[in-house]
Design a protein around this ligand. Structure first.
Ligand SMILES: [Zn+2]
Length: 285
């Protein structure tokens, strides 16, 4: 697979889900081998979009370098992963990536409208060779080598919503080619009874029914309802794709998870990178 960047700069602005701060981002084309990185233009600090720059994972994935943070990077990274873009400079003039409509679709559509540029170098991928697993008291996730008939990244998730919503599972076979249509439009979600708690934690200051699904009595409060019957699970896949892209590579393997979230996926990447025997980095046609 070739490397890809953007054809031209793309400007997007909006408010952050957790901070409510209005922020402008510019997605810039970047030379081959530069990877994906953020630049806080108000602080002149570069923060690579990598798993070892993650500083917290409570209700969003937040990265930092030299004490300068960018919050809620997962939906934008998910869009870039879904479009196979591996070189991109992201200028951001404040602390949090805009939440937009709560999905990654506005990033995807904006990028597709301006165009993607193929670069000369081959893009490297990370293939899972040995199973790795991370478990905590409420859930787990594992990455395993693909069964012989499977291609690309496969994602199997099971969730328990503890009575707040119907329990669901989802199986995505070979995410490549399925991302834009099946995953990118799925919005972030929250439960009505947790709103007061989240606000007390200084979170969701920018949250509204315009950028999140809110579930009350197992139903969405959003007047137009859901975009898909299993929109919540599709959004969980969207988050997994974004959080896994912090590996720095597209992954070939199977991700299986139970009640996963940002915390579990980031810790799974830490497990993965503990041993070079767990994976192989190479080029594919
Ligand atoms: Zn999300």
């Amino acid at each position: 697979m070739k490397s890809y960047t953007l054809k031209e700069p793309i400007n997007i602005d909006g408010i952050g889900l957790h901070t409510g701060i209005k922020t402008k981002i510019t997605l810039n084309p970047a030379p081959q081998y530069s990877g994906i990185f953020f630049k806080r233009t108000d602080k002149s600090v570069i923060i690579p979009a990598k798993w070892d720059y993650v500083i917290s994972t409570k209700f969003s994935t937040n990265i930092a370098s030299n004490g300068v943070e960018v919050k809620t990077v997962e939906h934008l990274l998910s869009a870039l992963a879904g479009l196979h873009i591996n070189n991109c400079e992201i200028l951001i003039d404040n602390i949090e990536v805009p939440i937009l409509d709560g999905s990654s679709n506005i990033f995807v559509e904006s990028i597709l409208k301006k165009g993607i540029k193929e670069q000369d170098s081959e893009q490297k991928i990370l293939e899972i060779i040995k199973p790795v697993k991370f478990s905590c008291d409420y859930g787990y996730a594992e990455l395993t080598p693909n069964p012989s008939e499977a291609e690309g990244l496969n994602i199997n998730l099971e969730s328990r919503f503890d009575g707040k919503y119907e329990d669901q599972d989802i199986k995505i076979t070979n995410l490549n080619g399925n991302y834009i249509e099946y995953i990118s439009r799925a919005r972030t979600f929250g439960f009505y009874q947790e709103i007061e708690y989240l606000k007390s934690q200084n979170l969701i200051k920018g949250g509204s029914l315009d950028n999140a699904i809110v579930i009350k009595d197992k139903k969405p409060l959003n007047k137009d309802g859901l975009r898909y019957d299993n929109e919540l699970m599709r959004h969980k896949v969207l988050d997994v794709v974004g959080d896994l892209y912090l590996s720095g590579y597209p992954i070939i393997g199977t991700y299986k998870g139970f009640k996963t979230g940002h915390f579990i996926t980031n810790n799974l990447l830490k497990e993965l990178f503990k041993s070079k025997e767990n994976f192989k980095i190479h080029k594919i046609n």
